[in-house]
Write a protein that binds this ligand. Structure first.
Ligand SMILES: C[S@@+](CC[C@H](N)C(=O)[O-])C[C@H]1O[C@@H](n2cnc3c(N)ncnc32)[C@H](O)[C@@H]1O
Length: 345
């Protein structure tokens, strides 16, 4: 089979690194490449191999065969979402790579019906693990951000972010205009997501007072980074769709489509209420629907005995994986799927 080559830029995009860092990896011999002209030609297979190395080794825990022992280091995962999202799944991205590449060819479509900050959908599209992604989300504020970025207001949003000076008076002004249009609502949502404690957008969420190093409201306002993330999403927007819809309706509508893979990340069973405006889910119905899907799927849940039991009732495989929460405490979460044998690969 002919060797597939990538330009340095393409390799960098796949890995989520800068072109400079990718060149360094080539010089260090960590990526195989040759240089017939000015730019390097990077061996595609070596990029795929390196990507696997970024993932933490997947050692099953000897005492608990259905539990994986290693915690993913989130510093190895590029942040691609414009949100800082409570319950965000950045830590799961290495496992998602493992899952979506288990067929050795890109999946046709990934649907993420509880999209939130959509780190999984974005990573899958950016890294070429899927041809298309559909994001679904019920929250009107979160929806406004995806709509604005994907349907014509992404550059406007990026410009607003760059021009904005983070002061209490300016925040008030932006929030007061939130109802005027989708793009105003989107900008107000991005501002709230940055200034609210833990990025929480649910009604009643507190605003940071002191913030990091006493920087107050500005403590999480990184306009250049946010702008770049939005502009990067725009590069892939033709492969991303968004629908504002109840997740169970979306599942019902597309359940017979064999070309769809599903990443399903519902609100936590208990903590969901504090974190999201919409959090009431019929978990039994959701797991029953999942059991009926014709396509492949992966569900994540907090480690709840009630959910584990329900999943087993519906004939689904369950595994525990460790993660570190925002307070750096190790916690277990559940992965549920029709078959989780790819976890051992
Ligand atoms: C755990 S979060 C998803 C986090 C996401 N995976 C990430 O990494 O950013 C769950 C999301 O589901 C949304 N949600 C809650 N109920 C929903 C429903 N019935 N249909 C669609 N989305 C819903 C919440 O607004 C929240 O954004």
């Amino acid at each position: 089979m002919a060797t597939e080559y990538l330009s340095t830029k393409e390799a960098a995009e796949k890995l989520g690194y800068s072109v400079q860092h990718t060149r360094l990896l080539i010089r260090q011999g960590k990526l195989k490449a040759r240089k017939p002209a000015r730019d390097w030609l990077v061996v595609g297979e070596s990029v795929a191999q390196y990507q696997k190395r970024l993932d933490f080794p997947n050692k099953p825990d000897r005492n608990h065969p259905r539990r994986l022992s290693s915690v993913v280091n989130v510093a190895t995962v590029p942040f691609r979402s414009p949100f800082r999202y409570p319950g965000g799944k950045t830590w799961l991205v290495p496992r998602i790579r493992q899952w979506l590449s288990s067929d050795n060819q890109p999946r046709k479509e990934l649907i993420e019906p509880f999209a939130g900050g959509a780190i999984v959908g974005l990573s899958a599209v950016f890294e070429g693990l899927v041809e298309r992604v559909t994001l679904g989300e019920l929250d009107e504020d979160v929806a406004s951000v995806w709509r604005a970025i994907l349907y014509g207001e992404g550059e406007w949003l990026a410009d607003q972010i760059t021009a904005f000076e983070m002061t209490a008076a300016n925040v008030q002004r932006v929030l007061a205009r939130a109802d005027e249009s989708v793009r105003d609502r989107a900008f107000a949502t991005i501002v709230r997501n940055r200034i609210n404690r833990g990025g929480i957008l649910a009604p009643g969420a507190g605003v940071v007072k002191k913030g990091e190093n006493g920087k107050g409201l500005r403590s999480r306002w990184y306009p250049d980074t946010l702008r770049k993330r939005i502009l990067n999403i725009l590069k892939h927007k033709d492969r991303i769709d968004f629908v504002q819809k109840d997740a169970l309706t979306l599942l019902e509508e597309k359940k017979d489509d064999t070309d769809v893979s599903w990443f399903i990340d519902p609100p936590y069973v208990v903590a969901g209420r504090r974190l999201y405006k919409y959090s009431e889910i019929d978990h039994d119905k959701l797991l029953a629907l999942a059991g009926d899907l014709s396509g492949d799927f992966l569900i994540t849940y907090d480690d709840s005995p009630q959910i584990e039991k329900l999943a087993e009732t519906h004939g689904l495989a369950v595994c525990r994986v460790p993660m570190k929460n925002t307070h750096h405490q190790k916690k277990m979460e559940l992965l549920i799927g029709p078959d989780l044998s790819w976890l051992a690969s």
